[in-house]
Design a protein around this ligand. Structure first.
Ligand SMILES: [Zn+2]
Ligand SMILES: [Zn+2]
Length: 275
């Protein structure tokens, strides 16, 4: 009864609407998303590429846990492996767009919980003794326009969610370890090779001594081809990082046979590239 009372009081004090569908939120701690929308944000639980985490559209017999996608077999990434929470589409996509352009604090908390969920399902991350979380940086000119770096908000929210779960209090967020040394030209429409060339050498490690011998977890909001995360990992490894893992909230991939997802990703990427 007490709980009901506090909830109704909070509802009076903090009337709130779902930032995705606009319906009224009754529960406390919903972080701006109603239960229905929250439940529609599903993790990808199908097969993935063992290395880059690419969701695989098919599950033919013989898709083993060691299965590698075509890209990983031919042009391996610089990170050791990458994983995402879900596919870039639907409510998850709307949440990520709001992180960048709207209610960022609460949305960062919400998406940080999803990253924490991914973390707690990766044995390699659970075994890390003092992991360093590093957000993918924006170029200073873009960060100045936007006022913040969404990956940095996500990295801090992830750390907070893991600490709350009393999980690994020794993790640290190093928000300024990596720097983007030149503004990225739009990636949309470029081939994988061109995307990699576009971001190659685009990142610099500010204090290499801090990452020497360390195991680092890179954090980003959306992973598309993985070129950006790979370029970040290359810089960290060149500076002496022992292992680099990558976590993103969502994967945008035309390989997944949902044209609307791929199309939406293209449109968003274009909007993103203009900012
Ligand atoms: Zn809703
Ligand atoms: Zn792969």
């Amino acid at each position: 009864m007490f709980r009901e009372l506090t909830q109704s009081l909070l509802a009076v004090v903090l009337p709130s609407n779902c930032s995705v569908c606009g319906s009224e939120i009754q529960e406390w701690g919903a972080l701006g998303i109603c239960r229905a929308c929250r439940e529609s944000v599903q993790p990808w639980e199908g097969s993935v590429c063992a290395r880059c985490g690419l969701p695989l559209a098919t599950t033919w017999p013989g898709n083993s846990p060691d299965y590698l996608c075509g890209v990983c077999r031919i042009h391996p990434f610089h990170f050791d492996w990458a994983r995402v929470y879900g596919l870039y589409g639907g409510v998850l996509r709307q949440c990520i767009l709001q992180l960048k352009f709207g209610r960022r604090e609460r949305m960062a908390q919400r998406l940080g919980l999803l990253l924490g969920w991914v973390w707690q399902r990766q044995q390699a991350l659970l075994e890390l003794e003092s992991p360093m979380i590093v957000p993918v940086p924006l170029h200073p000119s873009r960060e100045q326009v936007r006022g913040f770096n969404q990956s940095c908000l996500l990295a801090r929210a992830l750390a907070k969610s893991l600490r709350r779960a009393r999980f690994n209090p020794r993790l640290q967020v190093e928000a300024s370890l990596l720097a983007r040394v030149r503004p990225t030209t739009p990636q949309t429409g470029l081939s994988l090779a061109a995307r990699r060339e576009n971001v190659r050498g685009g990142f610099r490690v500010r204090r290499p001594e801090r990452c020497r011998g360390r195991k680092i977890v890179l954090v980003d909001d959306v992973m598309t081809t993985g070129s950006t995360l790979s370029a970040c990992a290359a810089a960290l490894k060149a500076a002496g990082a022992r292992q680099v893992f990558a976590l993103a909230v969502a994967r945008s991939t035309p390989q997944f046979p949902d044209a609307s997802v791929a199309l939406a990703a293209e449109v968003d990427a274009r909007a993103e590239d203009r900012t």
